[in-house]
Write a protein of this length. Structure first.
Length: 117
């Protein structure tokens, strides 16, 4: 019987000692989480402000590059025109814009539109 009481008192003292460490860990977690949210929101704000510029530059470049490639590379058939390089350049501009949008969506925490909760 006395062994059980000793074990209970040791566990109680041991549990109280870790309770302060748990609060310290929770406080550190809160500081790290808050710092990450501030960094994430700042980066996201810069990306959102830059998105119209990226769209206004990359999408027309991709479209015009594709259009020029179709006209000069395939319809007219100029043998000196780098048709595959231009197609790659156009596709690369579009992929670069999609990567920009992907990075924006990765950092944004948008609410889910699941109405069946």
């Amino acid at each position: 019987m006395t062994n059980v009481q000793i074990d209970r008192s040791a566990k109680a003292q041991h549990g109280n000692a870790h309770r302060g460490a748990d609060w310290a860990g929770a406080g550190l977690w809160w500081v790290v989480f808050t710092a990450w949210q501030l960094v994430r929101i700042t980066i996201c704000a810069v990306l959102v402000l830059g998105e119209p510029v990226m769209r206004a530059v990359l999408v027309p470049v991709a479209f015009l590059g594709f259009l020029v490639t179709m006209i000069f590379g395939f319809l007219i058939g100029d043998p000196r025109f780098p048709r595959w390089g231009m197609l790659g350049f156009s596709a690369g501009a579009l992929v670069l814009y999609w990567l920009y949008l992907w990075l924006m969506s990765l950092l944004m925490a948008l609410p889910s539109h699941d109405y069946e909760r």
